[in-house]
Structures are given as C-alpha cells and as structure tokens.
Design a protein around this ligand. Sequence first.
Ligand code: SF4
Length: 461
Amino acid sequence: MHFSLDKFHEECGIFGVFGHAEASTLAQLGLFALQHRGQEACGIVSSDGESLYQFRSQGLVADVLVEDELRKLKGSSAIAHTRYSTTGANTIKEVQPFAVTCQHGEIAVCHNGNLPFAAARRVELEKEGAIFQSTSDTETILHGIARTPARSAIEAIEKVLQKVDGAYSLLFLTPKALVAVRDPRGFRPLVLGKLNGAWCVASETCAFDLIDAHYEREIEPGEMLVIDENGIHSRMPFEKKQPAVCTFEHVYFSRPDSIIFGRSVNESRHKMGKQLAREHPAEADIVVPVPDSGVAAAIGYSSQSGIPFRQAIIRNHYVGRTFIEPQQSIRSFGVRLKLNPIKDLIFGRRVVLVDDSIVRGTTSKKIVQMVREAGATEVHMRVSCPPTTYSCYYGVDTPDREQLIAAQMSETEIAEHIGAESLGYLSLEGMLEAIGIDSAAACSACWTGAYPTLVANRKGA
Ligand code: SF4
C-alpha cells in the first residue's frame, strides 16, 4: 500500500539564478529547500550565454541531482523545478523545465500554477498541427511563444502572457536572460533575492536562506522581471487585476521558515492557533499538534488557552513509497507509517488535537482513533482554517468536491464521523486576520467557492 496524509498538495516549487559561477549547484540547493512543494520529479536548465543545458529526472532532488549531472549543467544562470505528480500522466515527459528551440532561439520554462483554459487552447493548437510532448498546460505557453512574431523571445513571452488567464509564477531562461513572471492576481508566490552580485528567484524565501542569499522583495502580482547582463528590469505589461493570493500557502503549503506575500508563515500559523483558541475553547489537559504543519498553530492555541503544549505525536519523515500491509490487519496501519503517539503523554488526558486542515477526513479519523488508543479520555479536534468545501484550480492538487468531507457533512456530523468529542474550525475572518491579508486581495475559493477567475471543467457541483 502507499500511504500519504490527507492534504491538498502544492504542485510545484521553482528556483532561478542569474550571474553566478555555480548556478547549477545553487539551483540544486534551492530545489532541495523547496522539496516540500513537490517530491515526484525535478529538473534544471542552465545557460552558459550561448546554449541551454537540460537535466530532468523522476525522484528526489538529493537522489537524482548528483554531482556528475550538475557538472554537465554549464554556465552562470539556471532555472529549476520540483514537481508533485497529480493523478494522470507521470512520466519523464512531464518533468520541467521544458526546453525548446523556435524562431526566437532556445527557450526553457518552468511553472508553478495552473492555466484553467489551457486544455481548450491545446485542442485548437493540435487541430492546427501542433505536436505536444507532454500533457502539461505549460507547454501551450511555449507553443504560443514559438508562433508569435516578435523582435525577441522576451517580447514574445510578454505578448503570449498578455492573452493567458490563470495562475502562474513562471521562470523562463534564454541563453542570455532569465525572466520571472507572476500573474496579475498573484495566486502563487514568487520572491526575489540577491547573492553577492547574482540574482535569485524562488517560490519561497527558505530557498534563499540555504544558499545565504538576501531576500530583497516579493515579485509583485503582474510583474515581469527580466534579468540579463545589463541588470534587472521590471515591467508591468499585463492588464491590472484584483490580486488573489493563495491563503492556503500560509495554512499549509509553505514552510514555516518562509516569508510569503511579505508575511512570516510561522507567525501566521501561530496567530491562527491563538484565534482558534478564542473561537473554539476546550476543557482539556494538553494541546497536541498533528505534525508537522499543525505545530505552529498548536503552540498558538496553547499560548492563548494556557493549556500545556505537548509534542505527543511523532512523525516519521523517512517513509518510502510502498508497503505491503501485514495480512493480519493492524488497525490504523497506514497512518502509523507516518505518525506514532507517545502514550505516556496522552494516557488519561483530555486532548486538544490541532491540525491545519481536513480534506477527506480519512486521516483525521485514524489519528483520532490512534490518540484514543493511546489512552486519551477525550479528543477535541481543532482545525486552523475554515472547512474546505471546494476544489482548487490554481496549481494545487485537490480532490473533487464530492470527496471533501466538509462539502458533504455538517461540523457535528464530521465530529461524529472522525470520532472526536468536539470539532472547531477557524473562521474565514479569523484566518484572514491571522495571515494579515486583506480579504479583497486574497483567494479563499476552496473555503467559499468564490473563484477569482472563470473556471473550466469544474470538479463537482
Ligand atoms: Fe489557494 Fe484555495 Fe485559492 Fe487554490 S482555491 S489558490 S488552494 S486559496
């Protein structure tokens, strides 16, 4: 069996560097720091000013981006991508960065996000005779660039993206330039850093910390940065739109040591926990996080409520891909591969269990059962975001709406289903206040169904 925790999954992490003698090594380290955003495959394209060099592979960054491969990635600039495989195609052809040669020369691209209307565009292109290598929406952008008359690759990129709607943080590499673009709503994060004289871009600032780069600023929604031998040039070439940054980045996707949308993720989660305690107090003896993403919120809950924090569930980070379930079935086998309770801390106690989100409810049920079997007298589940009731179309792997437990059951029914004495979700207002993002500038569609764009092929009602 293969077991993974029941969560929404970010689909990609991206990193780029321009003007550093060790570009491919820095790209490898940057991706390593972003591994939590995608564990299925990774790749780097580098440039030595004349040509592009590509490496792509399925597997973890530390396993596949080995020294011999990095040595072949020549040059002082690079873009890199780590990918979480969604259901469907999972072959080397899907692994980014993609690299092509067209009328504008060599161009490579990597993408964090999703283009909801790419499927329709792909059908049109195929009818016109276009040949696709992958099933990825990102490839439609490359086809657009290849077909766009322009004086340069940069101008073609700009013209194509002016016609694209959707969620994209994109990095392009040509032999002479690195281009970083964030869509006008800014769904997915993208930050700019500096390392001595070199420029770096990344999904999250934790990638800069590892390589000792200085975090300069967020790349703004709708901003296109061109970095070449003449320096860094910012432009805003797209129609202005109301920003809609992904609030789930602060709830779960991003690392707590990152700064996303100009805010510390750890601080947001801590405040969410405090607000959760105000909104849903509980009579209990200990506050226990579901590791790892529930930890900061649980500390916040504990500090607000005065109930002692206990790290009473331990996570095994080294779970491989597949296990054969013992024939004499072990209860909660799947969840125990990843999580195990410390019985001494739990036995005889009333437990507030803090998790960041509940998706299908399958894991929550097993965790509650596990905590009860460890001797908890009561389990009060607290969730540091509102009930997730809608699918995401902006670069996050989510199940269909019918599979989202909060779209199908009331909170009382969910509490009963997972076997908890009580259940409390953080309110939308409480979450947004904790993150410090104006609700008008945030995407909260997976909680409200208010999608900031038109959505093609909506999953479920
Ligand atoms: Fe993020 Fe949810 Fe919006 Fe998707 S729908 S971008 S997960 S807030």
